[in-house]
Design a binder for this molecule. Structure first.
Ligand SMILES: Cc1ncc(C[n+]2csc(CCOP(=O)(O)OP(=O)(O)O)c2C)c(N)n1
Ligand code: SF4
Ligand SMILES: [Mg+2]
Length: 311
């Protein structure tokens, strides 16, 4: 099924086609890890031969949420923690579009944690990139769900008393069918992992370690890192749930001991939510997004048709 596009036929894209021409330069601070996510996403999409008009990027709120101002595609800058429900709806209405959701650790593992859990459980076909800088960046450095225990911030001046969320383990337990971690310091691996996540049919979660040099100065800059797939010290089967779970637990524990492990941790090929629904006939083959689209019609008339059908 090809992507429904209102603005022309897809052609092969170059990486800089994903750079908007009319937007200002990014306002991220110098040295921010968020630049690396943007670069990796552009590279991944170009390497896959995608075009901006084949992609929808839904973001949450935060420094991370600014991504869709700096990435050329269809976009929806949602409210805090709500990139996933918007992305789900868009994918179900228009299965041919390549849907990417993105946001911060506070956005995705905190306020949007419920959506994260259920979007993973239902295996909606999309890529979800979480910029994990272990703090609330935009609001100036408060403790986030991934801040390490003991982390001092304005909201926890004596140090956080909480154990951090384990995002990879949470993702696996919830039902994500692709789980990986990469880091801003590893641009080639980041682009490869995002490309794999985009290619994956199902919910693909990428925990992307992004340093915040402005508000999290004491944090590790995620170097040196090890790619578990390149290391002889780690041997596990990414398709085996139990082995993947044990590996994730080790990876998450080691991060807080100062060792950065990245790579692919889990992959299964069960059908996505949309595939299940179409196989039972409950979801029609004709995408909802195309049902009301008529090239020759005025947009006002299309809207009237839609209202007529539902009243
Ligand atoms: C409902 C709601 N609560 C709180 C806020 C304030 N707020 C804006 S961004 C943010 C935290 C962002 O942290 P994170 O998701 O980690 O993104 P980062 O800025 O670190 O990329 C908060 C609490 C908001 N915008 N909306
Ligand atoms: S405050 Fe931190 S996360 Fe936000 S743009 Fe600056 S360096 Fe990046
Ligand atoms: Mg954050």
């Amino acid at each position: 099924m090809s992507a429904f596009s209102a603005i022309g036929d897809p052609e092969e894209a170059e990486e800089d086609e994903f750079t908007p021409g009319i937007e200002p330069q990014p306002t991220w601070c110098p040295g921010c890890g968020d630049f690396a996510v943007n670069n990796a996403l552009k590279k991944a999409m170009a390497n896959l031969g995608k075009n901006p008009d084949e992609v929808l990027l839904c973001t949450g709120i935060g420094c991370s949420g600014k991504l869709n101002s700096y990435f050329e595609s269809y976009g929806f800058h949602t409210i805090h923690g709500r990139s996933l429900p918007v992305a789900r709806a868009a994918k179900l209405a228009n299965p041919g579009v390549e849907v990417v959701a993105a946001g911060g650790d506070g956005d995705g593992y905190g306020i949007g944690g419920n959506h994260f859990m259920h979007t993973a459980r239902e295996n909606h076909d999309m890529t979800y990139i979480v910029f994990n800088n272990e703090i609330f960046g935009l609001t100036k450095g408060q403790t986030s769900p991934t801040s390490p225990k003991g982390h001092k911030s304005k909201t926890q001046p004596s140090g956080s008393a909480k154990d951090p969320v384990r995002p990879l383990s949470l993702s696996l337990a919830s039902g994500a069918s692709y789980v990986a971690r990469t880091a801003a310091v590893n641009p080639n691996q980041a682009a490869e992992i995002i490309a794999e996540a985009v290619e994956h049919d199902g919910f693909a979660h990428v925990d992307f370690l992004t340093q915040c040099p402005t508000w999290n100065k004491d944090a590790r800059q995620y170097v040196p890192y090890t790619d578990v797939q390149d290391s002889e010290d780690y041997d596990f089967d990414v398709t085996n749930r139990q082995e993947a779970g044990e590996m994730m637990y080790e990876v998450e524990s080691k991060l807080y001991e100062g060792e950065v492990l990245t790579g692919r941790f889990y992959k299964d090929d069960r059908p996505s939510y949309g595939q299940e629904k179409r196989s039972t006939g409950e979801m029609p083959e004709e995408p909802l997004a195309e049902r009301y689209y008529d090239e020759d019609a005025e947009w006002e008339r299309c809207a009237e048709q839609l209202i007529d059908k539902h009243t």
